[in-house]
Design a protein around this ligand. Structure first.
Ligand code: HEM
Length: 515
């Protein structure tokens, strides 16, 4: 009798505790036992971004989900994002340490996936000083201009089908720029090493966001990851990337290596020679990985989404091209140069800058931001346990009708005042109000914005100046389709490649031009 009584009272206590715990949770859909909401998140037919937006409409700006055993909070309002990224920034300075990212970042000794600690502070300080400073960014200008020139030449000389796969070209441009910046060399598109590097980076990106049982379920579930073959792929990718970086570092250490411009590996080797304890070889390799993963496909995605947005709105395309062509009137074409616009000209193109910003609002290349509080913290009156995952829905926030007028419309003029692109307006929206978060925010915000934006502006300015663009017909249906379907992943890529037909702008026709 006594035993039954004890069992009954234990059940009651557990039940009361569960009810109390549930009450102190933000609202959210009920999950299944053990797996929580994982299944619906994975199976969502509308795509994760729209699914999360629907959740916020139903439950409010802070939604509770569970990914297996991990409590997960989805943040969908600018006010709450500001609280997390700015007011309570210190409590939210780490990211969830997921298996794929930890492995490929040498155990989180990089910048992007390191937890918030003294090591991260030091790496970030070193990079801000030696890599992302305005002086360094400027020193990489010849690489950007040379690569955009090459892309333009390639488009001009494409006389086979005339259809351009702009998605491929933008990705190639972005990796070539980062190769120049990081390794001091560029690879021809067909060169074996470039193809190998491209494949490795793509595989690494996929492995970083793959689903690992061991991230969501405690104890022995790593066995399932092993059985699924994922761990084998991860190990293989890590070894290949490591060998590649090793070789590049080795080349840079060779006594015959005398570069006329220092690249990132040179800068890091210099630093290591001056203060050997300041950085380890693994940290240098992990940083090279960061440049590739964070600095290539974000830039490519921004170029592609901007061109897609303009193709869908011919009147804005026309206005942008007229603005650029008017601003460039009188500039003499340099002999044999397909690239007309250089980085000095970009400040004369305010409308283009506004177009790019509006594209970053509606199609942020990194649509979801991740944070993990390391101590118990209170948000909106709810006590959130340490180790929970926060997903800040930057994509949804930038489409919130509470903050934006006609949020789904593409209106570059939002960022202009008296016909000029207005930095104060942009900073207000991004840094102050956090109505849009294309570069994230707070201490973990993107350090590479100053490095990425000049490439995006330069590529688009030249593409729009020199060519008029038409959609290429779809072979199967013969219909001209420009869609905005996105692929899930750390970076939001356009699912279908952007296939376009360029026609050289009549001012530029060169007698021997094949187009
Ligand atoms: C249009 C171009 C780019 C976009 C839209 C972009 C966006 C972002 C976003 C959203 C984050 C996460 C911020 C957060 O969690 O608050 C991030 C982080 C980061 N980005 Fe960028 N990025 C771009 C270009 C670049 C470039 C060119 C580089 C370097 C060459 C770079 C390096 C990084 C690094 C290292 C981090 C991690 C920072 C940390 O955790 O401390 N990004 N970026």
């Amino acid at each position: 009798m006594m035993i039954v009584g004890a069992v009954m009272s234990s059940i009651v206590i557990i039940f009361v505790m569960m009810m109390m715990r549930k009450k102190n949770r933000p609202p959210g859909p009920r999950g299944l036992p053990v797996v929580g909401n994982l299944v619906e998140l994975k199976r969502s037919k509308v795509g994760i971004l729209i699914y999360l937006q629907q959740l916020s409409k139903r439950y409010g700006p802070l939604v509770y989900l569970s990914y297996g055993s991990t409590p997960t909070l989805v943040v969908s309002s600018a006010k709450l994002a500001k609280q997390i990224l700015k007011t309570q920034d210190l409590s939210f300075c780490s990211r969830p340490p997921v298996v794929g990212q930890q492995k490929l970042s040498y155990g989180g000794v990089d910048m992007a996936f390191s937890p918030y600690n003294n090591h991260w502070k030091e790496v970030r300080r070193i990079c801000m000083l030696h890599l992302f400073s305005p002086k360094q960014v400027l020193s990489f200008r010849p690489i950007r201009e040379q690569q955009v020139q090459l892309m333009m030449d390639k488009i001009l000389s494409n006389n086979s089908t005339r259809v351009i796969n702009l998605s491929e070209m933008a990705m190639s441009l972005a990796t070539n720029i980062i190769c120049g910046v990081a390794f001091g060399r560029t690879y021809d598109d067909h060169e074996y090493q470039k193809k190998r590097l491209d494949n490795l980076v793509l595989e690494a990106q996929a492995l970083m966001v793959s689903f690992y049982f061991s991230d969501h379920f405690p104890r022995l579930t790593w066995v399932l990851d092993k059985l699924s073959g994922l761990m084998g792929r991860l190990d293989h990718n890590f070894r290949e990337m490591d060998a590649l970086y090793q070789q590049l570092i080795h080349d840079h250490l060779h006594p015959d290596h005398h570069p006329h411009r220092h690249d990132v590996i040179d800068l890091m080797i210099q630093l290591k020679r001056q203060t050997p304890d300041s950085i380890t070889w693994d940290q240098i390799k992990a940083l090279l990985m960061n440049l590739f993963v964070a600095g290539t496909d974000t830039v490519a995605a921004a170029v592609i989404w901007t061109m897609t947005a303009l193709m869908l709105r011919p009147e804005i395309m026309k206005k942008t091209q007229t603005h650029i062509r008017e601003a460039m009137k009188g500039k003499q074409k340099q002999q044999q140069k397909m690239m007309m616009i250089d980085e000095d000209d970009i400040d004369r193109l305010p409308y283009l800058k506004a177009v790019v910003m509006e594209s970053l609002r509606l199609y942020p290349p990194a649509p979801l931001l991740y944070r993990r509080p390391t101590t118990t913290t209170t948000v909106e009156g709810y006590e959130i346990e340490a180790g929970s995952t926060f997903i800040i829905n930057a994509w949804g926030i930038a489409r919130d009708p509470e903050t934006w007028e006609n949020p789904e419309e593409f209106v570059p003029e939002r960022f202009m005042k008296n016909e000029e692109y207005d930095d104060d307006i942009v900073n207000g929206y991004m840094m102050e109000d956090m109505w849009m978060l294309p570069f994230g925010g707070g201490r973990r915000g993107c350090p590479g914005m100053g490095m990425g934006m000049p490439s995006i502006h330069l590529a688009l300015a030249n593409l729009l100046y020199s060519f008029d663009w038409e959609s290429a017909s779809n072979n199967n249906t013969n219909i001209n389709i420009i869609d905005t379907q996105a692929l899930p992943g750390l970076t939001m890529h356009k699912k279908n490649p952007l296939l376009l037909l360029p026609t050289i702008h009549h001012h530029l026709i060169i007698p021997s031009s094949p187009i």
